[in-house]
Design a protein around this ligand. Structure first.
Ligand code: XMP
Length: 534
């Protein structure tokens, strides 16, 4: 039987010694956190509602205040208390964070009426300063603000200006406090990464020592401590996240781990074979395959609501795991111990988007974060909970996993179940599987796999439209191609695929897939769209 260990939220696994990125509510905090990590310094996002005492209790190496949509004058503007700047922790204020910092420290923020938005020329007025050393006197930066700092707080040196903003940066080496009006984290700020690194290395005195080998080493140690001599199971989905999570746990506890591949009937064509072939061959991990197609399709019958589908799929996953765990114990005979742990490939963006990192609204219940049943019988092991996707790939490489696994495009855990708009049936899944396989074949043949982040193919099962094929009228379904480019799935743009590739995909799908008589292209970025349709 599965253990009676009570359901547990993943252990609060924040590392001390992080650079904390305080999220003031725009999209920027995640990007800043990524850029800090690119500088090989570990960072975490915290909500601005977190009391300063709690931030300081984490012993942060530095604090970065992000941009945000508010004006410091707005009644409900997030407050930043002066105590944040008195603890001796180096602080870097960006955009809203810069203005909030100026205000808290007695500077003057004015509603100048001049808005600066987009690429702006910045003049460095103190060329050798901590932030700007080695960058050109004139450089292009990305601005997005209405109010401006009119006067720097006492004890600070103004180190840059723009035509609309005389105080575009200020610095105090003595207090280790720095700020810029622009967004150094966006690529359009030509020397942004260097300015950020100058804050980290020169301003805060940090060393770039957060590397993938240190991540692997720390994770393996943490997993060993968490699991001890007990048993764990891990669901493999065919995606890179679960593969890397499983490989990490296998490195930590070896044969105490059994991987379970649930064939829920929502996988793409050929995917089940790939999991067995690629992953088992690469790692030699113990694998148990469960055929659960009927169970999932029965549970999903007639359900069109996407959140409900996700909840059902999440619930059934866990139930199948519980059953697999009982079987693993039974197979082990009288020496079998209970399986106490469930390994999941939850990523940092899942945690953040589910409200775990920033206190922002729950956008979707990712099945591996928000949708777990309350009576979960396993404790969770989530070794990727702090990592962005590209970091997971680097960990995979560090662990020696083959390229086909490490570079695999993301595929959602709930599978094709959330790529059918409408209720899920076996016939609809078969249609979608065929259409998806054609799109994937053509994209691979055109050498585009590495250029796109992923390309969901979506079946609009509740929509029909009239077409003509051969001599006859058809009344079929449309499919949507959703090719996107992205850095981390938090934001995305639609990929400008060559027309001839799109044409081939369209012709082949409409010719080869019965019931599909239109192929459409989604040209929406994220935001406002999401990547999956659901
Ligand atoms: P959205 O649709 O939210 O997707 O823009 C962002 C990224 O997450 C993937 N995705 C999921 N991955 N379980 C997963 O493991 C899920 O429930 C899930 N939902 C979305 C999606 O494919 C995209 O890469």
């Amino acid at each position: 039987m599965p253990s009676a260990t009570p359901a547990a939220a993943p252990d609060e696994d924040r590392s001390p010694d992080a650079v904390l990125v305080v999220d003031f509510g725009a999209q920027y905090a995640q990007l800043i956190a990524r850029r800090v990590r690119e500088a090989r310094v570990y960072s975490e996002i915290v909500p601005h509602t977190m009391p300063v005492s709690e931030m300081l209790a984490r012993n942060p190496k530095a604090i970065i205040l992000s941009g945000g949509p508010s004006s410091v004058y707005a009644e409900d503007a997030p407050h930043v208390g002066p105590e944040l700047f008195e603890a001796g922790v180096p602080v870097f204020g960006i955009c809203y964070g810069f203005q909030a910092m100026a205000k808290a420290l007695g500077g003057h923020v004015a509603r100048t009426g001049t808005r600066e938005y987009g690429g702006t020329d910045l003049t460095v007025t103190r060329p050798g300063s901590t932030l700007f050393e080695g960058t050109p006197a004139e450089q292009s930066v990305w601005m997005s603000h209405g109010d401006s700092v009119a006067e720097a707080p006492e004890g600070f040196t103004v180190s840059a200006s723009t035509p609309g903003t005389p105080v575009a940066a200020f610095e105090s080496d003595e207090k280790k406090l720095y700020g810029v009006q622009h967004h150094p984290e966006v690529m359009h700020s030509t020397h942004g990464q260097l300015i950020l690194e100058h804050f980290l290395y020169r301003g805060a005195g940090l060393a770039p020592n957060w590397t993938m080998s240190s991540v692997v080493e720390d994770s393996v140690a943490a997993i060993r401590e968490q699991i001890g001599s007990r048993r764990a199971i891990c669901g493999l989905s065919g995606g890179v996240d679960s593969a890397v999570a499983a490989a990490l746990v296998q490195k930590a506890v070896g044969s105490q781990l059994t991987c379970v591949y649930v064939d829920h009937g929502l996988m793409r064509k050929g995917e089940s074979e790939q999991v067995e072939k690629d992953f088992v061959a690469a790692t030699g991990v113990k694998l148990k395959v469960v055929d659960a197609e009927e169970r999932f399709l029965d549970a999903l019958a007639g359900v069109a609501d996407p959140e409900q589908k996700r909840k059902i799929i999440g619930r059934e996953f866990i139930r199948v795991f519980e059953q697999a765990a009982s079987e693993i114990v039974a197979e082990a005979g009288e020496h079998g111990e209970s399986v106490d742990f469930l390994v999941q490939g939850t990523l940092y963006p899942d945690v953040v988007e589910s409200g775990g990192g920033t206190g922002t609204a729950n956008i979707k219940s990712h099945h591996n974060v928000g949708g777990l049943p309350e009576d979960l019988q396993f404790r969770l092991v989530e070794p990727l909970r702090r990592l962005f996707k590209d970091e997971v790939r680097m960990v995979g490489q560090e662990l020696g996993l083959p390229e086909e696994i490490v570079q695999r495009q993301p595929f959602p855990g709930p599978g094709l179940g959330i790529r059918i708009v409408g209720a899920v049936t076996r016939e609809r899944l078969d249609l979608l599987r065929e259409a998806d396989a054609i799109a994937r074949q053509e994209l691979t043949a055109a050498g585009l796999d590495r250029d796109i982040w992923q390309c969901p193919v979506v079946l609009l099962a509740d929509v029909r439209s009239v077409g003509v094929q051969g001599d006859g009228r058809t009344y079929g379904h449309p499919v949507v191609l959703r090719p996107v480019s992205s850095e981390d799935a938090m934001t995305a743009d639609w990929s400008r695929l060559p027309y001839d590739v799109l044409a081939r995909i369209s012709t082949r799908i409409t010719n080869e897939v019965d019931e599909v008589n239109r192929v459409t292209l989604d040209i929406t970025s994220k935001p406002p769209g999401t990547i999956e349709w659901e």
